[in-house]
Design a protein around this ligand. Structure first.
Ligand code: SAM
Length: 497
């Protein structure tokens, strides 16, 4: 066992953090860090860890609580300030045994250089987003952390709370923090943050009994879940007393907990890790950070997964308008785009850009199909649609109106399949293929095959950034391939209508 793990176990024991003897903590070092492995067969329903909330590092529990609260900083920003301050205290921090286990920073794109972002994330949606994040974080630091330094230089200074330290802390908070309850808000939860992620196949859930509810258990199970400006509430004042006593005297062994089912405690001052599946001895025990695509996984946690069913590719609205302009007149693009909006259709909107999602199976967002369909609608049907009186409060009213330019919607029940088939005119299918090509060109000159070859020669441990960025590109490009198949399958499906 590594020295840092031994120190962490001693610290957990002192904090009355209970760990079941069914869990082994394994330290691989480097960016892979620690993982949790089953030391024996574990049964669904077992509580494998119990963590008093007061052992979590939050704005409420940290030594600089007053200064941070007086500055009105909450959410992830407040927690980042708390983390920076505790790290600055070194061995004097109450959380030193925990903090010495953490990497200096998480290997997330936010902490990559701009050069690395431009090279490794070229063509992916993250390239722009991460550069914007960097700018926003600089602003946050100037607007919130600099005044904190000015307000209490005994606690915050440029050495523990400089811009570098802020990026380090923010990357750790984003990739490891949990939402604890209304009172604590976000927190670093020792032990719970050692479980790695597996999409849709987790073994364990993080559970917290809500501070404002007597009976409900609020299951979150996601690290880094929630938004930047999440606020801490003021409901329940401090918790008292140790809850679980370690029963093992050996300094390097787990602080065993004896309870074995979720019924054993409904103590609102304690967080639990509850098994939701049987796990065999020797297997890794996984948590889930949520059902999210690879770009989101890389953005927040610094890794990606092959065959992630929640993976998506985005196609920007501007790219669509540009591509369509090569086939229809600028006036037609403008007028029909505007009718699409009037009918209350829109893409997804994030950070000043509007885009359409293509699912992991290559199926485009319905709104994109509607838009493309409308661009190529013959003038007569377009005029009919333009003059239809619609009550947009009715669900699917606008979609029905669009579809009724092709089929009699009264004699067809409007399923997604029917809608897809109707909207997939020859022009739409051609456009989808062209859009897949346009989107693919953003990755540069290397082909998908080149990327696959590069990945084969890339070491995940030594070249972590390149490896996961390549995997993201490859997965996105495979989705674009599936989009092309979706577009051509439309030919076969056409006869069915
Ligand atoms: C909450 S921590 C999990 C524990 C972490 N392994 C450690 O050493 O502390 C989250 C980080 O673990 C790593 N991680 C978690 N799940 C992973 C996975 N499935 N593949 C690769 N890295 C993973 C990522 O670096 C992520 O930012």
């Amino acid at each position: 066992m590594s020295r840092r793990l031994r120190a962490f176990k001693r610290w957990m024991k002192a904090q009355s953090i209970g760990v079941s003897d069914s869990l082994d903590l394994v330290d691989a070092g480097g960016d892979d860090g620690v993982s949790v492995v089953a030391a024996r067969d574990i049964a669904e329903g077992e509580v494998v860890a119990a963590i008093p909330k007061r052992a979590c590092l939050t704005v409420r529990t940290c030594a600089a609580s007053e200064a941070i609260e007086a500055a009105g900083i909450a959410g992830q920003l407040g927690l980042s300030a708390a983390l920076m301050h505790e790290r600055g205290l070194g061995e004097a921090s109450e959380w030193y045994g925990y903090l010495q286990m953490l990497p200096r920073r998480a290997c997330v794109p936010l902490t990559w250089t701009v050069g690395e972002v431009d090279e490794l994330l070229k063509g992916t949606e993250l390239q722009k987003i991460v550069k914007e994040d960097k700018i926003h974080l600089h602003e946050d630091w100037k607007e919130c952390i600099l005044p904190l330094i000015a307000s209490d230089p005994s606690k915050f200074n440029s050495k523990n709370s400089g811009i570098e330290q802020y990026f380090d802390a923010k990357s750790l908070v984003a990739s490891r923090a949990f939402e604890i309850d209304d009172y604590h808000g976000y927190g670093m939860v020792p032990l719970a943050d050692l479980f790695n992620h597996k999409t849709g196949a987790e073994d364990v859930h993080f559970t917290s009994v809500c501070s404002h509810s007597d009976s409900e258990s609020c299951e979150d199970g996601e690290t880094g879940a929630g938004c930047e400006d999440g606020e801490t509430g003021t409901g329940c004042e401090g918790e008292t007393g140790a809850v679980y006593d370690g029963v093992d005297d050996e300094e390097t062994s787990n602080t065993n907990i004896s309870m074995c089912s979720s019924d054993s405690t409904d103590d609102p001052t304690v967080l639990q890790m509850l098994m939701v599946k049987d796990v065999k001895v020797g297997s890794e025990v996984f948590n889930t950070y949520g059902s999210i695509g690879n770009a989101a996984l890389l953005h927040r946690y610094g890794f990606t997964e092959l065959d992630n069913p929640f993976d998506i590719v985005n196609i920007d609205l501007n790219l669509v308008l540009q591509r369509v302009s090569s086939s229809v007149s600028p006036r037609q693009v403008r007028v029909r785009h505007s009718l699409w909006r009037k009918l209350d259709f829109s893409g997804c909107v994030s950070q000043n850009s509007e885009y359409f999602e293509i699912s992991s199976t290559g199926v485009p967002q319905l709104e994109l199909l509607v838009l493309l369909y409308m661009f190529f609608l013959p003038e007569k049907q377009y005029e009919q649609l333009n003059h239809t009186n619609l009550s947009l409060e009715e669900p699917d009213e606008a979609l029905k109106a669009v579809i009724s330019t092709k089929i009699d919607t009264k004699s067809h029940s409007l399923t997604l399949e029917v809608a897809n088939e109707c909207l997939l005119s020859d022009d739409v299918r051609c456009m989808l293929v062209s859009l897949a090509d346009d989107r693919e060109r953003l990755y540069g000159l290397d082909s998908l095959e080149d990327d696959v070859k590069l990945l084969k020669g890339c070491c995940r441990v030594r070249e972590r950034k390149r490896y996961y960025a390549l995997l993201l590109r490859i997965c996105e490009r495979k989705i674009l391939e599936k989009l092309r198949v979706f577009a051509s399958d439309g030919y076969n499906a056409k006869g069915k209508l």
